[in-house]
Design a protein. Sequence first.
Lengths: 157, 170
Amino acid sequence: MKINSLHIKYLFLIFYLIVNVTSSAQLIVSKLNDLAFGTVFKGYSSSVNHLDVNAAKFYFNTGNLQNVNILVQFVLPQNLTNNIDNLLITFSTQQSAWATKDLPTGRTNFNPYQPLRFNRLKKNTSIYIWLGATITIPTAITSGLYNGTIIMNVERI
Amino acid sequence: MIKAKYTFLFLLLTSICFAQSGSASASVTANVITPITIITTGSIDFGDVIVMPNPYQVTKSPESGSRHEVQGNPNSSVTISFNPITLDNFNWVAQHGGTSGTITFIPEVKHTGTNPNYVNPITVTSGGVYQLTDVGGIGKLYLWVGGAINVNANQPVGYYTGTFVINVSY
């Protein structure tokens, strides 16, 4: 195909618009806090509520996306592990919440095992999400630091 | 034709750009440890103490007092704390009559590490930090408690009792 001035004009227009779109309409997703149970005893259970400072805390912002529908899905660990033993961990609606402000009030509970959908969010809308959980520690389990990972996927739909 | 091609290209690329997503991950951690248990054998019994016109002190060695087997998380440090206590004969007086009195018990605490026998005892100071040594996957420390009571001049007679508490915490 022969490159002429019209091609250059279109290419430049496409380049300009795409750069403009990608730079101004970014969906911002971040983790603000890890979920930490601290020191726990064998033979006991331990819970972290979404209001606890040790709850996992996530955040996303719609940037310049206007009237956008967002789907949030979590990949939750079934167990924590110390590479020797596994420790069952469960999440619940009561221990999970989201809000548009980073405040302990005005939160809405949700089931973290189900997709969380937000409809027609305005641009520059912030959503904060907190996750707590419960672990029950058997007596016959090795001591040590148990780890797991929560992944939050945020998708424009 | 050219316009149509570029319009298609534009729509394709912008649709890719608009199909935005993002992810973030958080770690979950729990430090699992064994709770502390204390198995006590023996008691601190001073036996019969004679009433004298002058104050004096009666002692009991930790070896002949009470032994406390501390079990917990292997190789973890624990803080041990305790205080003198006051013994009284209040219950005895309530049953038999007489004069109420008190006696101060001053504890003496030793530890023998993981040895369940009283060998090479080491003095334990209140507020001190000690280690639970790994014995077959269990952190252990043997504590021995004896002490002294200060008997006052003309101490009221009776059966003096009190509860001595020794705290062991991570």
